[in-house]
Design a protein. Structure first.
Ligand SMILES: [Zn+2]
Length: 303
């Protein structure tokens, strides 16, 4: 099939680029080494940024801690947690909390200091950059392959992006100081987290390139594949409005691109549910960015 052409010229490319610059602003300063002693407590909403947009996907967070006594093997549902040395897994386990993550839930706002670091398992989280007038674009996708809140151990202390749950599910969370304390000790945890940070920056760079140079239909295919890779099913819950926010384009453009995929028999779309009928075809219609992100992924066998 010949891929239909839809202009991507209206996609603001500078949002993702600015985010990458913010990420690479690592100063090399040692993170704070205050001993971690805070007990687990109820979720504390992050402070909202002065630049927060009223058009964000925010809705009141309702964090439900499921249990504290899960078997250690459950931690391995997140590849990054699974990659930690056994001693550090045991150290973190009493402080890890399994939580439900709801569609549209904002885990933290841009410019805030996150209370928790999140390790999704079945949930998928988007890191978003927002303009002051409410336009948005996704700069990274985090699922069972990664961690949300990486800036906490990169020396920035605050986050340059907003973290929004775009596919509901579960994940683990742990208080940020606990991660910072372990990170500051160096060793295998430092190596694993830094390698993940490098892979995450590679993903951000690729998305910035994609948003600027590839057609919306290609971007849509790439983004659907990224969701599938972090899901156990062929179905995704994504409205056209959400996809438009993720890609930083007009909703009408996403609707047109999705319609073409539906006509080609690649997807079926109904009431906010995308069912991928032909994944090989979807992959053939995606831009090179999908494969390129696999090359930089820390866990290519997971996503
Ligand atoms: Zn692309």
């Amino acid at each position: 099939m010949t891929t239909s052409i839809a202009s991507a010229a209206n996609t603001p490319s500078t949002t993702a680029g600015n985010a990458i610059l913010a990420w690479t602003g690592y100063t090399g300063n040692s993170p704070a080494t205050t001993a971690y002693s805070a007990p687990r407590s109820s979720f504390q909403s992050p402070h909202r940024s002065a630049h927060h947009s009223s058009r964000s996907l925010h809705r009141p967070a309702s964090q439900q801690v499921l249990d504290d006594g899960a078997p250690l093997a459950d931690i391995n549902q997140n590849a990054l947690l699974a990659a930690l040395p056994a001693a550090d897994q045991l150290l973190w386990k009493p402080y890890l909390q399994r939580v439900d993550l709801h569609l549209g839930q904002v885990l933290y706002e841009s410019g805030c200091t996150p209370t928790y670091v999140y390790f999704p398992t079945s949930a998928i989280v988007s890191l978003m950059c927002m303009t002051q007038d409410g336009k948005s674009a996704e700069i990274a996708v985090v699922g069972r392959d990664g961690v949300v809140g990486i800036s906490m151990f990169m020396g920035g202390n605050t986050t340059p992006s907003q973290a929004v749950v775009q596919s509901p599910g579960q994940g683990w969370r742990i208080r940020s100081p606990m991660v910072l304390q372990t990170f500051s000790r160096g060793g295998p945890v430092l190596a694993v987290l830094l390698r993940y940070a490098q892979a995450a920056m590679g993903q951000m760079a690729q998305i910035a390139l994609c948003n600027r140079h590839h057609y919306i239909e290609q971007q849509l295919c790439r983004r659907l594949l990224q969701g599938l890779d972090r899901s156990d099913t062929s179905q995704l819950t994504m409205t056209h409005e959400l996809l438009a926010r993720l890609l930083g384009v007009r909703r009408e453009s996403v609707t047109a691109a999705a319609h073409r995929l539906q006509l080609a028999g690649v997807i079926d779309y109904a009431r906010g549910h995308v069912n991928v009928l032909n994944r090989p075809r979807l992959q053939s219609m995606a831009c090179e960015c999908y494969v390129a992100q696999h090359r930089v992924s820390l866990f290519p066998s997971v996503v």
